[in-house]
Design a protein around this ligand. Sequence first.
Ligand SMILES: [Zn+2]
Ligand SMILES: [Zn+2]
Length: 151
Amino acid sequence: MTADFEAQLRAVSLRVTRPRLAVLAALRDHPHVDTDTVIRLVRADHPTVSHQAIYDVLRALTDAGLVRRIQPTGAIARYESRVGDNHHHVVCRSCGVIADVDCAVGYAPCLTASDDHGFVVDEAEVVYWGTCPDCATARTTSEPPGRKEAH
Ligand SMILES: [Zn+2]
Ligand SMILES: [Zn+2]
């Protein structure tokens, strides 16, 4: 797998460095994690890599298109290494967990705009919001019967 990461880095003319390989490995094993989690994961295996180095790596990889930055409205930015397939995300309103949703319909842009205003549309970004199974279960077991949450 490291060889794959090296090839990916070379393909976008980035130098192969240990922190870059470590960040790509962390994101492969833990998709949709925030910056703090990336730092924790990388430093667990590579304690000498600084926070700043990891910030810089995330920025470089995102700019190069090897990493995708996802920032649902009102949520903290997350990163993933699944790029280039225009997949969407479902986000839990309660705990913020994110899961992948493959293209809604066929190939990008997945959705047809009701009015494209003459633009050539090549991508659509959709965020599905809801409650994850864990939070749904916690809600039904912790709430006294008969009482409905006010919104
Ligand atoms: Zn949840
Ligand atoms: Zn994703």
